[in-house]
Design a protein around this ligand. Structure first.
Ligand SMILES: O=C(CO)[C@H](O)[C@H](O)COP(=O)(O)O
Ligand SMILES: [Fe+2]
Length: 231
C-alpha cells in the first residue's frame, strides 16, 4: 500500500446479484457473515443501462436492518434529485458519480445538509485527478473497477494506479473499490491502498461468505500494516 494510510478496513457486500426476492434475508446473511456495511446499488436506466431499485425499497429494508450502515451507490443521472428521499428512507451515505452532475460541490453540500455522509465516485474512463477539488469535502471516494451497470464483470486491474494516487496524495481518506472484487483480486486492491471493499458476486456466490470476508479483511489489514512499517 502506498504511504500515508492508517484507515480502517471495511467490507461492504453488494447485494446486486443476490436473490432480490429475499433482499432483507440476503442482507442479513451478509451481516451475519461479518460484513461491516452494505453497498446498495441504485440504477436508473439513464446513467447506466440497467435498472435496480430506489428509495421505496430502502425504506422497507431499513426497519429490518436498523443498525446497518447503508452506502447508497447512486448510479443515476441528476443525483441531486434523490437526496431527500434517500435520507428519509434511511440511507447512511449517498455516493454519487462525478460524471452524473454539473455541480458536484452543491450535490455534496445537499447530502451533508440532509445529514448523510457523502461519497463521490468515478467510472473507469474518468481520470482520477478530477476528484482533487472534492476530496476535502467528502467522506469517501469510490474507484470503479468495472463499467457501472452490472454485477459479475471482470475486475479492471489497470484502475489500481488511481487508488494509489489517492492514497499517496490524500492520506487517510476512505477509498472504496467496487467491481469484480473478490479473493482473486483483493491483493491488488489492498496493495494499491483501498480500505473500503465492495464485493458482490464473489461474496453472494461464496460457499462460505464468512471465510471470504475474513480472508479479504486479513489481506487489506496486512497491506495497511506493511505500509505503516514502510513509513
Ligand atoms: O456498482 C456495481 C456495478 O455497477 C456493483 O457494486 C459491483 O459490480 C459489485 O458486483 P461485483 O462484485 O459482482 O462486480
Ligand atoms: Fe456498486
Amino acid at each position: 500500500m502506498a504511504s500515508g494510510s492508517c484507515c480502517l478496513v471495511k467490507i461492504g457486500p453488494s447485494i446486486l446479484n443476490s436473490d432480490l426476492s429475499n433482499l432483507a434475508s440476503e442482507c442479513q446473511r451478509m451481516m451475519d457473515a461479518g460484513a461491516d456495511y452494505l453497498h446498495l446499488d441504485v440504477m436508473d436506466g439513464h446513467f447506466v443501462p440497467n435498472l435496480t431499485f430506489g428509495h421505496p425499497v430502502v425504506k422497507c429494508l431499513r426497519p429490518k436492518l436498523p443498525d446497518v450502515f447503508f452506502d447508497m451507490h447512486m448510479m443515476v443521472a441528476k443525483p441531486e434529485q434523490w437526496i431527500e428521499e434517500m435520507q428519509a428512507a434511511g440511507a447512511s451515505q449517498y455516493t454519487f458519480h462525478y460524471e452524473a452532475t454539473e455541480d458536484p460541490k452543491t450535490c455534496i453540500r445537499k447530502i451533508k445538509e440532509a445529514g448523510m455522509k457523502a461519497g463521490i465516485g468515478i467510472k473507469p474512463k474518468t481520470p482520477v485527478e478530477v476528484l482533487d477539488p472534492f476530496i476535502d469535502l467528502v467522506d469517501m471516494v469510490l474507484i470503479m473497477t468495472v463499467e457501472p451497470g452490472f454485477g459479475g464483470q471482470k475486475f479492471m486491474g489497470d484502475m489500481m494506479p488511481k487508488i494509489a494516487y489517492l492514497r499517496e496524495h490524500f492520506g487517510q481518506i476512505d477509498i472504496e473499490v467496487d467491481g469484480g472484487v473478490g479473493p482473486a483480486t483483493i491483493q491488488q486492491c489492498a496493495d494499491a491502498g483501498a480500505n473500503m471493499i465492495v464485493s458482490g458476486s464473489a461474496l453472494i456466490n461464496s460457499e462460505n461468505p464468512r471465510e471470504t470476508i475474513r480472508y479479504m479483511r486479513t489481506v487489506v489489514e496486512e497491506a495497511i500494516q506493511r505500509s505503516q512499517l514502510e513509513r
